[in-house]
Design a protein around this ligand. Structure first.
Ligand code: OOB
Length: 515
């Protein structure tokens, strides 16, 4: 079954049998001295980027990092992130892309699960000292033999290039993190073949070319700014990728002006923030918005107030990408989350028993295709995939006759806090350790800016806990700060379903009713 699909993806040219490391060689040949990358301190041509990746690859090999190894990379938007990724691709070692807000709880898990041989960090970023985090990680995870610090020890990973065997293009190039499931983040293995198609086809949908200047405003470790089309798609097209240290208007807007940025990607709360601080951004042609549902009222403001076109992007690190197209009628751009990127994307919309819904009806989105995974790394997730290899997205959608999807909700127990995904059970399990928490349910409440904010609904023991004490506990447990509850509601009991599980729908409805 899956072999037949693989053969089809190869035969039809989706998978071209090329590694990401060798693609950068092609780009260096083709685009030469054009500017590939810009960050706060560096401007790098294609030739230079490729040469630096070769030198870093040789340095990694000298450290003993080999093909098949995994390296947890937790870097902000700096040029070294890109150099390191390509160095690892050339070695055949895979970066595990942690996000900057991740803390001990997440990083320890990622290092353990991946048996990472190295962990790469900035020294400090956004007021946080990553060295102390790294010390704690090294003390707890014996596989981690090297901690490399950007601008410091990472700069010494620099040797004269050595000849390296080409990795298998169907092997894993990188691991993205899953936001879409339960518990701690799962690792999403993306192969050279599939990820190359991901950013190549995305670049085509966004009509990128050598004149394109892409601003990575979101953290580049995320699939959206990395490969949809993001930094990698821009390099494929011969454009320039500009890395912003923050998506705040004070940082991003001057960069858009200086570098004549033509395209960038944001999550809906950032779109709102940019709108509320709007100035003229004459070079900007396309604003991609995705990661969470964009409200039509906000969507409508983008072109008149920012002077650029809008593209809605409904994607997932597991694969499937939906885009509104640049020539779509305006009502589809404003009110839908786009349609699948690839003619080879297969989608099914099913009811709770797994049967297809009638056309236009709402159901759960299942998908299979040339850049969608068929399993997580070392994690049996029988519920996440169908026997015939479709990924269960957990998203409730309906499809219009045009093929466009409208996201209407979800069946997964997750809070989408302005694009940051919070698995409820993970936070609940930590909160159950609080002495004043007898029972707890994390639910999403509507929020004007974030779309959803997180609410801890607590059944108390020995007097009600304070929100501050819940947050304190979670910080002490090493959870990323975006997972801390925004709000606390104390109740006598949680509503249950017939099967005795917490009825979160009823709970959320009750809370909305009270407000
Ligand atoms: C992107 O990827 P993830 O893996 O962080 O999260 C995926 C989930 C989706 O299953 C869906 O629940 C939600 O995020 N989502 C959206 C959405 N885009 C993502 N929900 C409503 N409207 C949208 N436009 O978030 C991601 C990956 C690649 C490109 C863009 C976003």
């Amino acid at each position: 079954m899956s072999e037949a699909l693989d053969a089809r993806y190869r035969a039809e040219g989706y998978w071209r049998g090329r590694t990401l490391g060798s693609l950068l060689r092609d780009w260096a040949q083709k685009y030469g001295m054009r500017t590939a990358l810009v960050d706060a301190t560096t401007r790098m041509s294609y030739v230079e980027l490729s040469a630096r990746a070769d030198r870093m690859a040789a340095g990694l090999v000298k450290l003993g990092i080999q093909r098949g190894d995994r390296v947890v990379v937790q870097l902000p938007n700096i040029a070294d992130f890109v150099v390191l990724c390509f160095a690892l691709f050339r070695v055949g070692a895979a970066p595990v892309l942690a996000l900057p807000p991740h803390r001990l709880n997440e990083i320890r898990h990622l290092c353990q699960l991946s048996e990472a041989v190295a962990y790469v960090i900035p020294s400090r970023h956004a007021g946080f000292d990553y060295r102390s985090l790294a010390s704690a990680v090294v003390a707890e995870v014996p596989s981690v033999r090297h901690v490399l610090v950007a601008g410091e020890s990472l700069s010494d990973v620099d040797e004269d290039p050595v000849a390296l065997d080409e990795p298998d293009p169907s092997s894993v190039a990188l691991y993205l993190l899953s936001g879409g499931t339960t518990g701690l983040p799962k690792l999403i293995p993306r192969t050279h073949d599939d990820y190359a198609y991901n950013f190549r086809a995305s670049a085509e949908v966004c009509e990128l070319g050598p004149a394109s200047v892409y601003l990575a405003a979101l953290p580049v470790a995320h699939n959206f700014p990395l490969g949809c089309p993001g930094v990698f798609g821009t390099l494929h097209a011969g454009g320039t990728a500009v890395l912003a240290s923050s998506p705040a208007p004070e940082v991003a807007f001057p960069l858009i002006h200086q570098e004549k940025v033509t395209i960038t990607a944001v999550v809906p709360p950032l779109a709102l923030l940019w709108l509320d601080n709007a100035t003229s951004l004459p070079s900007l042609r396309l604003l991609q918005v995705g990661g969470a549902k964009l409200q039509p009222e906000v969507a409508k403001r983008i072109t008149p107030e920012l002077g650029c076109a809008l593209q809605q992007v409904f994607g997932m690190a597991e694969g499937l990408l939906n885009y509104t197209r640049l020539d779509d009628p305006q009502d589809l751009v404003l009110t839908t989350q786009g349609r699948p990127m690839s003619p080879a994307d297969e989608i099914r919309i099913v009811d709770s028993s797994g049967d297809p819904v009638a056309p236009g009806e709402r159901g759960e989105l299942l998908t299979r295709g040339p850049y969608t995974i068929r399993g997580y790394f070392r994690s049996e997730q029988p519920h996440s995939f169908t026997p015939d290899g479709f990924y269960r997205s957990g998203d409730l959608v309906r499809q219009l006759p045009s093929g466009h999807l409208v996201v209407e909700g979800r069946v997964k127990d997750l809070i989408n806090r302005g694009g940051d995904k919070i698995a409820c059970d993970e936070v609940e399990n930590h909160l159950l350790g609080h002495p004043q928490v007898r029972d707890v349910a994390m639910v999403a409440l509507p929020d004007r800016i974030l779309g959803e904010r997180s609410c801890a609904v607590v059944v108390p023991r020995d007097g009600a806990p304070s929100l501050a004490s819940l947050k304190k506990l979670l910080i002490a447990q090493g959870l990323a700060t975006y997972k801390l509850p925004d709000q606390l509601v104390v109740v006598d009991a949680l509503p249950l379903t017939n099967v005795g599980k917490v009825d979160k729908q009823r709970l959320a409805a009750q809370l909305k009713g009270e407000r």
